[in-house]
Design a protein around this ligand. Structure first.
Ligand SMILES: *[C@@H]1O[C@H](CO)[C@@H](O)[C@H](O)[C@H]1NC(C)=O
Ligand SMILES: *[C@@H]1O[C@H](CO)[C@@H](O)[C@H](O)[C@H]1NC(C)=O
Length: 403
């Protein structure tokens, strides 16, 4: 029995990403209902759904359409709706997540999990206290945490024999955002009622990549935030140092030098350094509109003791992940190159639908859960730390705990 799903929201992302993802999971997910604030946009999405070939309720393209507050009440009180997928502006989602859970629906909501850590934490605590014990599922749709190629990169970094520990890494997420471009020209973007603007909304993908890939994700952030272009309020750029927790700091690697050299701290003014897997985060949406070939590549470079792993997002329409492992000479590590298309949205929709279908029978899907709200809370906390640090260290665990 597939999961009957109501799609709440009808924006660009619902149309461009959720419809294809539902279409790709026909045996697990049935598009039962489309809901939007306005009737016009709900009908527009319905038409897009039908022309995409989505089968709907009876396998013949029948999909319910609702709009406005009354329509939402109807969706949430309809016992034949198993789950809702929320693709709505960031600031509206937490309240609707709780409302849907209260109505007994399983929920998948878009990232970020909230507009700030406080709101997100409160929503998650309420879920964990009241709804999770009843067996209700809530997942956050962070597609990067579901991307098979990023999970592959994680395995390469963490399990390649002899590659050794991570020494340091640098993350780059840079983009051109022209005034009035289609993703910028939406109402909730031009009048942002949340921190960070594009930095929050786009940046959580990159921090989800850190969470997925790194064996020791950072815990202290020292950062500055800037706004370079007036149309990208409130901030369009962050430059940050990301430091691990103290336990991750170890003595330098390798045997003592064979040369006749200074070895002990007593011999060196200022002492001798330690090795801690630290990184640099750079994000900007303020890049001028220069040709694609002159832009620095986006992605992450992770430098390990015996080799380097790069993960790049390539292509604009058909997006690809490309992973390179470049081995150090004489290390015994095998170099390699892998690539694969982006399919995180497809995957998270399928995994959620299967989890809901299993829950209907009192079972579990038996698959990993890459959509935990607490995982997304961490992604959000890193961005909030970058935006609020203003040059001072922010302890991410404390930020998450509200201390
Ligand atoms: C990845 O590997 C390919 C082929 O080995 C090489 O041409 C390319 O420059 C590499 N890219 C990076 C980012 O290392
Ligand atoms: C690898 O190291 C060996 C030994 O030091 C050296 O002879 C060889 O030229 C190196 N190979 C490359 C590709 O740098």
């Amino acid at each position: 029995m597939p999961a009957n799903i109501a799609l709440l929201g009808s924006g660009l992302f619902a149309q461009n990403s959720y419809l294809p993802a539902l279409l790709a999971n026909p045996t697990d997910a049935v598009l039962h209902t489309i809901w939007s604030r306005s009737s016009t946009s709900a009908v527009k999405l319905l038409e897009a759904a039908k022309s995409s070939g989505i089968q709907g309720l009876d396998g013949k393209g029948s999909i319910n359409v609702e709009h406005g507050d009354d329509g939402l009440d109807k969706v949430l009180s309809d016992p034949s709706v198993d789950a809702v997928m929320l693709v709505l502006p960031i600031s509206r989602q937490p309240e609707l997540v709780l409302r849907a859970l209260k109505a007994g629906k399983h929920v998948m909501s878009e990232k970020p999990v909230g507009k700030d850590v406080k709101t997100a934490r409160e929503t998650i605590e309420e879920y964990e206290k009241t709804y999770q014990p009843k067996g209700l599922i809530w997942r956050v749709a962070e597609n990067w945490a579901h991307e098979p190629m990023l999970l592959k990169a994680r395995d390469i970094i963490q399990t390649t024999p002899n590659l050794g520990p991570v020494l340091y890494w640098h993350l780059r997420a840079e983009g051109v955002t022209l005034d009035g471009s289609k993703y910028q020209a939406t109402e909730w973007r031009t009048v942002p009622d949340y921190q960070g603007g594009f930095i929050l909304d786009g940046g959580v993908h990159s921090t989800a990549m850190l969470r997925t890939l790194l064996p020791t994700p950072p815990n202290t952030i020292i950062s500055t935030a800037a706004l370079h272009r007036t149309h990208l309020l409130p901030h369009d750029t962050i430059t940050a140092l990301a430091l691990p927790s103290d336990e991750a700091t170890v003595d330098p690697h390798g045997p003592p030098t064979a040369l006749n050299a200074i070895r002990t701290a007593n011999d060196v003014p200022g002492g001798i350094g330690k090795s801690s897997p630290q990184g640099i985060i750079f994000m900007s949406w303020a890049l001028p509109d220069i040709p694609a070939e002159s832009r620095e590549p986006n992605g992450i470079t992770v430098v390990c003791l015996n080799g380097q792993v790069t993960v790049r997002a390539e292509g604009t329409t058909e997006r690809q992940w490309v992973i390179n492992l470049s081995a150090a000479n004489g290390s015994g590590v095998q170099s390699g190159k892998w690539s694969g298309r982006w399919c995180g949205v497809e995957r998270e929709v399928g995994m959620f639908a299967r989890a809901v279908a299993a829950a209907k029978q009192g079972k579990e899907s038996g698959e990993e859960n890459y959509g935990t709200p607490r995982g997304s809370l961490w992604d959000l906390a890193i961005i909030e730390a970058c935006l609020s640090s203003n040059g001072r260290p922010v302890d991410v665990a404390k930020l998450i705990a509200g201390k």
